[in-house]
Design a protein around this ligand. Structure first.
Ligand code: IVH
Length: 688
């Protein structure tokens, strides 16, 4: 309990109980029965009230409170915990014959004992184990290596389909295991948002689910609409329920789990023989694309839990269950044409335009051919038919050429030599797989891409300018580069795009101008990132901004000086240098500066103890990472030297430091200091 907060009055206690009851009920109906009992607005208001009350009176905030679902706890690193019961995996196969063998082997081993199988879906996500004690969720752990996993409890609490407290009858101590999946609809929406924000999209829902559970900020995880599909209820060996008939079968256990408030998918079937198992597999192999989430197979389990011990385990997996994995669906279809897509950075991607074909629940018309090497490797020729596959990923992939259908004398596909949009000859930088259109300031997708990147959330964060409005501003001739944005006025904006969805009225214009004004406060490192210099991501921009301190020093730096910056390789150094060598780019920077954008790094200085000193850092340290100690030197007014020379004041030595630096320092008489000396230097002076 927070020592400084006043004890909660009875009225607050009662209101918290009331809100908890209501929100729990609404959540349950929403997640379990897809039913909204109140509007989103009302629900949010109740939840906000509860969050506020719990903030005010922390003693009222229980670990099972629905307020926990909004997240907020921050994990620096996830604690590793040992599983109480190892999380075994399953033997798996792509072959129906092996399923037949599993079935006959099991029947033989059980030697006349009556039993059945359950067939259920093999959810394509991330396996986790949830520990419940006295009806409350106490811990959530990822599978990890089966013996040890990551404690992701605070993120798991944000998943709506994971009950925080149970209802009805439940064992006092048990583990619920299942898969966290990312439903397709939410996954697509999240990826669209990421692309709009200039972040790389996730390759598939499984990776996205796994990445989400490892987010450090649980309130970010709360925004990902993950779902938990329970597939296993694990009882400790001494549990009273071991004798309870309701727990004597796997399907029975899932049924009781449902009554406790778990989301248990209804697609489970008790099967008596191999024919029924095969029918289940066949059905879902076709139907799987109609599910709202991904599955990658079917799991077959002996239903009677009392027989599990008798069948036992192999080293890695139980003998009473097996997974059948679906093969990727594959079709052959004629290649009608190769077209080329030009991206925001000018990268050109070849696209196969296919004769439309039905595959895994959707019609496929196009698929990426990645780059020239890919086309050459598969030896794709004009008039070929291509093999297209759809596996766990939702995006169809070209996996080869259907050689049987190759027309005689077919010529290799000739790769484009000029940009399909602006006609500029393409270039292919040495050592890279991709071709680029170098006309970055005159090629439409690149211009629009740069504008979109500039306004994106992590860059200048001007969210009132979406891609349609940017297109409108470009089409009307008002904006053709990022500096033009700051010349916009209400007179120019109001009335634009009349009659279209992106039309701008007075209020819209006002919002745009306000956001542009606000963007003038965005720190230099983000301005630098917003310029969209090739290879300069958020981290690179930060390092460059810190190192050079302002745009003039950065523009004046040569390739060597740029490449000296930590984490800035030669390729990036060349790209930065090339960028500022263009007079048109320098002109844009000057216009942005004149508009009032930040062109100097904020002074991050916390003290002047190291004023006038140059310190060379070597080795590893206890309390600092390497770039942290360098930043700390700069924050205290010192300079970081890269090699020991006459100008070096101190050599700051960590463990395993380079012998060369040590030798040199001793030779020219540079004082060597330890990490604790350093801490004393900044600490002592701090307290003066
Ligand atoms: S049962 C001891 N059932 O597939 C039995 N697993 O190797 C434990 N999976 O890592 C697993 N859907 O995470 C089971 N309906 C389902 C499943 C399922 C997905 C995952 C599980 C495991 C892997 C099998």
């Amino acid at each position: 309990m927070d020592l400084f907060s006043a004890p909660a009055p009875e009225s607050a206690r009662q209101r918290v109980a009331e809100l908890t009851r209501l929100i729990d009920r609404y959540n349950y109906e929403y997640y379990m029965n897809d039913r909204s009992l109140v509007s989103d607005y009302e629900f949010d208001a109740l939840l906000r009230e509860l969050v506020e009350l719990e903030k005010q009176y922390p003693e009222l905030s229980l670990p099972t409170s629905p307020a926990r679902r909004v997240g907020g706890e921050v994990n620096k690193a996830f604690r590793q915990v040992e599983h109480r019961f190892p999380m075994l995996s399953l033997g798996n196969t792509y072959s129906i014959e092996e399923i037949e063998e599993f079935e006959s082997r099991t029947r033989k081993l059980l030697d006349g004992v009556p039993f059945s199988y359950t067939c259920e879906l093999k959810y394509d996500g991330v396996a986790i184990g949830l520990t419940y004690r006295h009806g409350q969720l106490v811990q959530a752990v990822t599978r990890g290596n089966g013996a040890v996993g990551d404690d992701i409890t605070s993120n798991a609490r944000t998943v709506g389909t994971i009950p925080l407290k149970l209802q009805g009858d439940y064992p006092d101590d048990f583990e619920a295991r299942g898969e966290v999946v990312y439903p397709f609809e939410a996954f697509d929406a999240m990826n669209r948002q990421r692309e709009a924000d200039g972040e790389p999209p996730f390759a598939n829902p499984r990776n996205a689910a796994s990445g989400s559970l490892k987010l450090q900020d649980s309130s970010e995880c709360a925004k990902r609409k993950l779902m938990f599909c329970m597939y296993f209820l694990m009882l400790p060996p001494d549990s009273a329920q071991q004798q309870d008939p309701a727990y004597a079968s796997h399907s029975g256990r899932l049924e009781v789990a449902r009554s406790m408030g778990f989301k248990v998918q209804p697609y489970i079937k008790e099967c008596r023989d191999i024919q029924e198992i095969k029918a289940f597999i066949d059905y879902w192999d076709k139907e799987r694309w109609n599910l709202p989430f991904g599955i990658d197979g079917v799991v077959i389990k002996v239903n009677q839990t009392g027989l599990w011990d008798q069948l036992g385990n192999t080293a890695k997996s139980p003998r009473w269950a097996i997974a059948y994995k679906f093969k990727a669906e594959r079709v052959s279809t004629p290649l009608e044409a190769v077209t080329y897509h030009v991206g925001r950075t000018g990268i050109v991607t070849p696209v196969a335009n296919l004769k439309p074909v039905w595959l895994g629940g959707t019609t496929v018309r196009r698929a990426t051919l990645n780059n020239a090497d890919f086309i050459a490797k598969l030896d794709i020729r004009e008039g070929d038919s291509l093999l297209v596959e759809k596996g766990g990923e939702i995006i169809p992939k070209i996996v080869g050429v259907d050689l049987e259908k190759r027309p005689e004398g077919a010529e290799p596909v000739r790769y484009a030599t000029v940009c399909p949009v602006c006609g500029t000859p393409l270039v292919r930088p040495e050592g890279e797989a991709g071709h680029y259109c170098p006309n970055s300031d005159g090629c439409l997708p690149q211009i629009l891409g740069q504008l979109e990147h500039f306004v994106s959330r992590r860059a200048m964060d001007i969210d009132s300018l979406g891609s349609e409005r940017l297109r409108l501003l470009y089409d009307t001739g008002l904006v053709s580069n990022v500096a033009d944005l700051y010349d916009l006025t209400a007179e120019k904006l109001v009335g634009l795009g009349e009659g279209t969805a992106s039309s701008i009225q007075e209020k819209g214009a006002d919002n745009i101008l306000k956001a542009l004004e606000e963007s003038k406060k965005v720190p230099f490192e983000r301005v630098l990132f917003a310029l969209g210099i090739r290879y300069v991501g958020e981290v690179g921009a930060k390092k460059l901004a810190r190192h050079f301190g302002n745009i003039d020093a950065l523009m004046g730096a040569n390739v060597m000086e740029l490449a000296m910056v930590e984490d800035v390789g030669e390729v990036t150094a060349v790209a930065v240098n090339d960028y500022f060598n263009l007079a048109s780019h320098r002109a844009i920077v000057e216009r942005l500066r004149a508009a009032g954008l930040q062109m100097t790094a904020e002074d991050k200085r916390v003290g002047n103890q190291l004023q006038g000193m140059t310190i060379v850092v070597s080795g590893v340290f206890q309390h600092f990472k390497r770039d942290e100690i360098k930043a700390s030197i700069e924050q205290h007014g010192g300079k970081v030297g890269s090699s020991v020379s006459g100008k070096t004041t101190y050599l700051l030595a960590g463990d395993n430091m380079g012998p060369e630096k040590l030798k040199k320092a001793e030779k020219i008489g540079v004082a060597i200091i330890s990490e604790s000396d350093y801490e004393r230097m900044i600490g002592e002076a701090d307290s003066k």
